[in-house]
Design a protein around this ligand. Structure first.
Ligand code: T1G
Length: 691
């Protein structure tokens, strides 16, 4: 099926791209477009060519799924050189998004028309790359390096309006970008040889270079682990100082080097893993979602308020419900204040805040949920409370309404069982703060209807979340693996490590915070209550809580927080307490290197992940990685726990777990059967494709 259709509109040819779903520049599309270009250039009756595409994307960029494979000709730079050096004008008609290689196609054209709704960007930085087909050379020539560099550094697309103001597009139209592009093409044809972007030099000024160098200095200071920021600086500097051909060669060499970088490979893995995670075998487009015109949230605490904000932010009216007027007033005011922080930061106008607040209706009593298409319970994390609420909702909610619990680890099948409509009940586990964190674990209890799951996936995307469909078990995917890491962290303290050493090992790995700083932030009493409810104990953690050292909210936890201190300080009393616990267990404390600490924290997580995969709680390893990347700040350039395990080697992890199990006597550290099997076969988790 050809991916490019060439048609005539008077004396202008139009090449219409058609490579669903987003016109990624696959090898076939590149070849077909090159052929259409040659055909148009050879046709004496044609004075110009327009490149167009319909749908949500003009061109979404290079085909990321082709990276890592031998490049098939024509490679993109060759196609773009053919466009730029064409003897007749070539004009891009941009509707939808022009991203990465897609925008680079437009940059190689001699003119660009965009529709109002179009967006244009070079997001390669987010994949650990840089633009690799002329973007770093042509964009500065078109809009100046001072505008081009930040656009490539952020990777964020800009609206067509701004593109026009910058000179990135020549014309903006409400609709019919193709018609306008044909007119522009004819106009350019009347002016003789087309002006090539790559030959423009009017923006390559000393002032632009000076502004760029200042921006580059700042960017390099913040670039952290990623090598592509320095590469971007070098490529843009080449645009400002070298002829086009040499600049293009410099860019290409830098790009090809980044393609092979493990961190970029991890980011490209994440790109696809996050999209796969919402796919459930057996639930395809034929399963129609239920309409969600109105929502209700039960519980106006931090989580309930945050969830209500997600709906308001997506333009969906939501009723926020509490049991008393005082509580709903408090919860509603907290939502207003949360929006207020955005207004104060300048990321939201007062008018937008009011629009969103108007979509959130405060109410007292469950009866206010009667008209909702979906009701999300975000009440106290206690099964009795959940059963009571769902029992009442069963008599209040309208037929066909979806009933969801935001529980973070309780049994959703048990919750569903108290209703007469278990097929309409599932878990929607948001992560705190719900209006910020991307992850949404969609917990699929036995017996839930397929259209309810399909509705939850679509709703998750509409709320701007990264939905991951998971099975129903204690802690689902994220918290179940977090518990394995928490137990490992406690073991390390008893064996000889100190809180700041454990935290430093994880922040050195790329996490924003380590487990003990995180616990102090969340409140040590939360997990203490949960352990007690389940008859579990953790000697050090319990001892700290028995002293009321709940963390930041009490001024001390694993660390001390002197008045107004931003970060915790080591607490000699805690370290003495830890030593006492070791002594009480007859443990001779020893020191641990950061590498040993990392292995002891992360290997048990991977082990739990292997069990989760084996039990079908997660459909694929990428789902588990997507959970940890979007719910727990696992560093994206490391790809997630299962991807990391593959980079370490499953055999190595099996050996380390066997050693830890023997040393600690903790049978949960025995390597999971699936982990052993894959390691023995020399395979990775990606071998466990979705069934
Ligand atoms: N390559 C391959 N597949 C892609 C793709 C791409 N560039 N973009 C999207 N897909 C697939 C995606 O996997 C999914 O597949 C489907 O399209 C819909 O995607 C040389 C080196 C365009 C804004 O980084 O940002 O060009 O799950 O669910 O929400 O310098 O996709 O249906 O099987 O995201 O409507 C640069 C990546 C590449 C843009 C649409 N471009 N894509 O969002 O749909 S590198 C990007 C997006 C490059 C050059 C460099 C979004 C979108 P499936 P979706 P969406």
């Amino acid at each position: 099926m050809p991916t490019v259709a060439l048609t005539r509109h008077g004396d202008v040819a139009v090449a219409s791209l058609d490579n669903p779903p987003v016109n990624a520049l696959s090898a076939a599309l590149r070849a077909d477009l090159l052929q259409a270009l040659a055909q148009a250039m050879a046709d004496a009756d044609v004075v110009a060519l327009v490149i167009a595409a319909k749908g949500r994307a003009f061109i979404a960029g290079a085909d990321i799924s082709e990276f890592g494979k031998p490049p098939a000709p024509p490679i993109l730079p060759d196609l773009l050189a053919a466009i730029e050096n064409a003897p007749k004008p070539v004009v891009a008609a941009i509707e939808g998004v022009a991203l990465g290689g897609g925008l680079e196609v437009a940059l190689a054209c001699h003119g660009r028309v965009a529709s109002q709704a179009a967006k244009l960007g070079l997001p390669e930085i987010k994949l650990g790359l840089i633009p690799g087909a002329g973007g770093t050379q042509r964009l500065p020539r078109l809009i100046g390096a001072a505008a081009a560099f930040p656009m490539m550094l952020s990777g964020e697309p800009i609206p067509a309006q701004k593109a026009l103001a910058l000179g990135l597009v020549d014309k903006l139209v409400e609709s019919d970008a193709v018609g306008a592009a044909i007119a522009l093409a004819q106009e350019l044809a009347g002016k003789g040889a087309p002006t090539r972007t790559g030959e423009r030099s009017d923006k390559l000024t000393p002032a632009e270079q000076e502004a760029f160098e200042a921006l580059a200095k700042d960017a390099l200071a913040k670039s952290g682990e990623m090598p592509n920021v320095a590469a971007l600086v070098e490529a843009v500097r080449a645009a400002l100082t070298l002829p086009l051909a040499e600049g293009l060669a410099t860019e290409r060499a830098l790009f090809v080097k980044l393609l092979g970088d493990e961190r970029s490979k991890a980011l490209r893995y994440v790109f696809f893993a996050e999209r796969e995670a919402a796919k459930v075998p057996g639930i395809d487009e034929s399963v129609k979602p239920r309409p969600i015109a109105r929502a209700a949230v039960i519980g106006a605490g931090t989580m309930g308020g945050g969830i209500a904000m997600c709906f308001a932010n997506a333009g969906i009216p939501v009723t926020l419900i509490e049991t008393t007027q005082e509580q709903i007033d408090k919860g509603h005011a907290r939502v207003r204040d949360t929006y207020g922080f955005s207004v104060k930061r300048g990321s939201m106008t007062e008018a937008v805040r009011e629009q969103r607040m108007a979509l959130i209706t405060p109410a007292v009593g469950l009866a206010a949920a009667a008209e909702a298409d979906i009701v999300i319970e975000a009440a106290f994390e206690e099964m009795g409370v959940k059963r009571e609420i769902f029992g009442a909702l069963d008599t209040i909610a309208k037929p066909g309404a979806i009933l969801a619990s935001n529980t973070s680890y309780l049994d959703v099948t048990e919750i569903a069982a108290v209703t007469s409509r278990p097929a309409d009940v599932l878990g929607l586990h948001f992560f705190s703060p719900a209006n910020v964190m991307k992850l949404l674990e969609i917990v699929r209890p036995a017996g839930v209807a397929e259209d309810v799951v399909a509705t939850a996936i679509g709703l998750g995307r509409k709320l701007g979340k990264v939905p991951v469909v998971v099975g129903n078990c204690f802690g689902f995917v994220g918290n179940r693996m977090l518990e394995a890491r928490t137990r490992a962290a406690e073991r390390l303290l008893v064996a000889g490590a100190l809180p700041h050493e454990v935290d430093a090992a994880l922040t050195g790995f790329g996490f924003k915070m380590g487990p003990f700083a995180m616990s102090d932030l969340a409140g040590n009493d939360i997990s203490w209550r949960s352990r007690k409810a389940r008859g579990k104990s953790a000697a050090v953690a319990d001892a700290i809580c028995e002293r009321g050292w709940f963390g930041q909210k009490t001024g001390r936890g694993y660390y001390r927080y002197p008045e107004g201190a931003r970060a915790g300080e080591r607490d000699p009393e805690v370290e003495a307490l830890i030593a006492e616990v070791s002594a009480s267990k007859g443990v001779t404390r020893r020191s641990f290197t950061a590498e040993e600490i990392l292995a002891r924290l992360l290997d048990p997580m991977v082990n739990e992940g292997a069990r989760i995969l084996d039990e079908g709680i997660a459909t694929r390893a990428g789902d588990i990685d997507t959970v940890w990347l979007n719910g727990y700040n696992w560093p994206a350039w490391r790809g997630g726990p299962m991807h990391w395990a593959e980079s370490v080697g499953l055999g190595t992890i099996v050996k380390r777990l066997e050693q830890q199990a023997a040393e600690s006597g903790d049978v949960s550290l025995e390597p999971a059967p699936l982990l052993r099997k894959l390691a023995a076969e020399g395979k990775g988790f990606s071998a466990t494709k979705a069934t």
